[in-house]
Design a protein around this ligand. Structure first.
Ligand code: TXA
Ligand code: MG
Length: 310
């Protein structure tokens, strides 16, 4: 308990001084900084090599602070009550008087907000006087981090502090839902769309490949392991690592399991760490068998499709 307190204290000290640190969340690790500070937010973009027109998600402890920065609506309240804290990000209208740094949204009038569930992240937010802007803790277009050691792989000694919160439970990023006009999914993620539809009692439109760059992070190339990746593979080519979704007798040597029982939640949890491992094992090419396109399988397929644009 004492070390928990001292970790929070250490994290707060760096954040109060406008530095970036890495924080664990239930989805993926974040690269966090004070969302009210231009100096701090600038550092996030620089470290990640992220284009300045790609806005950041801002993380809050609870509703009270959020109301100072955004307008909320009925759909938001219903979903917030059901799913927050958790793997859902809401895009809301920014208030004029909000203190959020203009760099967070690239001067846009809407803000993506999330309430993380990981107990360290929550406890940290509770101890701060400002919300945290936090993109995934990886270099732009690369694989997200799901363990503290991944963050160190990505950034080395360039970040002041990585708060170790263990392996991320969900392993893929949050689902993003635009609630400004008609509810629209902007990114598949850790929360299944059917669950959101059940709460709102209607079908939600999906716009995860916008022509207009509403969510520029949804650029075609993203989540890349840094080597070519092939999806829907029936068998591996020579020298390819082959990724399987359930255990069975096979004649190939170079295989890895995303799940041994075709469990899609487990596959999502393993996705980024397995791709990272395969690359570390020295493979220059990856083939992945077909993943069922249901539930969180849609999120896995979305990430694989973008990762294959290498
Ligand atoms: O699970 C997550 O969402 C993680 C953890 C750390 O919270 N964060 C995360 O952030 O995935 P990032 O920056 O890697 O991805 C955020 C996505 C980007 O595609 C960005 O373009 C989109 O959210 N986004 C941010 N603000 C937006 C806004 N105001 N309107 C539309 N899309 C937005
Ligand atoms: Mg990201």
């Amino acid at each position: 308990m004492k070390s928990l307190q001292s970790n929070i204290k250490k994290a707060k000290k760096y954040l109060d001084q406008n530095h970036c640190i890495s924080v664990p969340s239930e989805t993926v690790y974040g690269l966090a900084a004070n969302a009210y500070s231009n100096v701090a937010v600038k550092k996030i973009f620089k470290l990640k090599k992220r284009p300045s027109n790609n806005p950041l998600i801002v993380h809050y402890y609870d509703l009270n602070k959020l109301k100072e920065d955004c307008y909320i609506n009925d759909s938001f309240i219903k979903l917030y009550n059901k799913f927050s804290p958790g793997p859902i990000t809401f895009v809301l209208k920014l208030k004029k008087e909000s203190k959020i740094s203009k760099l967070v949204t690239n001067k846009q009038k809407n803000l993506a907000v999330r309430f993380p569930k990981h107990r360290l992240f929550k406890k940290l937010l509770k101890n701060l006087n400002y919300p945290l802007a936090a993109p995934s803790a990886n270099i732009s277009t690369k694989l997200s981090s799901v363990e503290a050691s991944d963050v160190k792989d990505e950034f080395g000694s360039k970040i002041k502090y990585v708060m170790n919160g263990g392996r991320c439970k969900i392993g893929v990023e949050s689902t993003i839902l635009n609630l400004i006009n008609k509810p629209t999914i902007l990114r598949f993620g850790g929360l299944e769309i059917s669950k959101i539809e059940r709460v709102l009692k209607k079908k939600i439109s999906i716009n995860v490949n916008p022509k207009k760059k509403i969510s520029p992070g949804q650029f075609p190339l993203h989540y890349s392991p840094g080597v070519p990746l092939r999806t829907n593979a029936k068998k591996p080519n020579i020298n390819e690592a082959f990724v399987l979704i359930n255990k069975r007798k096979i004649n190939f040597k170079n295989y890895y399991y995303l799940s041994k029982k075709k469990n899609l939640n487990q596959a999502a949890k393993n996705l980024y760490s397995l791709l990272r491992k395969i690359k570390k094992d020295g493979y220059k090419m990856i083939a992945i068998e077909k993943i069922p396109n249901v539930g969180i399988g849609k999120t896995i397929n979305d990430r694989l499709k973008r990762a294959s644009k290498y």
